[in-house]
Design a protein around this ligand. Sequence first.
Ligand code: FAD
Ligand code: UQ1
Length: 444
Amino acid sequence: MAYRSVCKTLVNLHGGATFVQMRHLSTSNKLNNSYRAVVVGGGAGGLAMASMLGSKFGKSQVAVVEPSDNHYYQPMWTMVGGGLKTFDQSARMTKDIFPSNATWIQDAAVKFDPDNNTVYTKDGKELKYDLLIVAMGLQLRFEQVKGLQEAIANDPMVCSNYSAETVMKTFPALQKLESGNAIFTFPNTPIKCAGAPQKIMYLAEHYFSKHGKRDKINIIYNSSLPVIFGVKKYANELLKIIEERNITVNFRHSLSEVNHEKKEAVFVKLDSENQETVNFNYDFLHVSPPMGSPDVLKNSPIAAENGFLAVHKETGQHTKYPNIFGIGDCTDIPTAKTAAAVAAQSGVLNRTIEAVLAGREPQKLYDGYTSCPLVVGYDKCILAEFDFNAQPLETFPFDQGKKRTSMYYLKKDMMPEFYWKGLIKGKWEGPGVFRKILHLGMGK
Ligand code: FAD
Ligand code: UQ1
């Protein structure tokens, strides 16, 4: 086997427990399936990292394994559900937005063999890598709620902004509803954009008010969580809105079953002694389904006990395999899973990889930055931004706890541009730099 180059890099990181021997793998391998870097998942984090690595190593040395023909800007699905954008506006063909400096392998990873630096794919490829970046996102688990898939298939009033297949049902259902119970759920698992289950509720409430039917509709938010939002500052504002707009909130209620024939949703009361259930009649049901680490990752040697990719939270480097890195929703980084977090993580991870390649300790550390634009109506948004400690980390020099029209337009019209032209091109590392400038170098 001819090697393009052979380099042995000893890297001693994180308390000195690990070292890696990196060898530049053959490019004349008979299947040509060896790469400097393999990226698994071509979503927000995968494409950001592929763009960054592609500019270092070149197209032929960076492969992205991604099965889907389409790439979605998922944050727009809140607006699609609210009738503010069309589904088509959230979608691009993967081939049209794929980084020009990376190689697309249209396939799915099925097995990780980290001891042999190999990823196996559904179509039978064996991909060898020097560096592996795992960016597989979350797997939606509609099937974990009994009867939910049947309800989604048969009842036009059961919808979910969380998937490409179900988001188009939401707005027609809001338009159709005339009276009764409109129920919004939050599951008993980690989820992406933990604000999204309630954003659509505020849009729905506003929609019903504007169309003169609010008085005939009860709005109910049944959440598995014990709080409305994990950051106190924003939670306080949301609770005020909930009270003003006469919304009923039931905490620690987890959706366990939907019976669409009876128009009934069953919830487990998580804090009850014997996991009692309570039935709600629904006329409209917006479900945020259970989510989890993708099976392929969960059942692999690179997963943590909780099934997510085991990485150091401040660098994105794997805790056991130093040539493996992770970004985004599929990692066990303990922050809210958002595209905003992916943006901040991409800048950190790029520098982590540079440090590892140079045999240095990573210098730039991730602070947990994440953001959730809490759309609370058709023209208002509370822009929540916070860190690992659930402490606000706000970009703008005004109080972002207040609902604002400016933040609404930032979310609706500017964020898609940041995503398509910045994040997935590896050119948007989050607003940290602007935060420092706008705060005149003071604060965090
Ligand atoms: P994804 O972008 O989901 O990409 C994962 C990729 O991995 C997918 O392309 C998938 O096809 C691929 N994949 C999966 N399995 C395999 C496999 N076996 N082999 C190869 N590839 C695989 N974030 C915000 O910042 N702001 C918001 O306002 C916001 N609102 C949201 C509203 C909704 C309704 C939703 C659903 C999400 C929202 N988000 C928001 C969250 C944001 O979309 C995600 O956090 C972000 O997309 C995560 O990026 P990722 O790269 O980790 O995963
Ligand atoms: C962000 O960076 C980002 O990634 C592109 C999002 O995803 C769509 C967001 O929703 C937000 C709020 C941010 C943070 C950006 C700014 C300018 C505050």
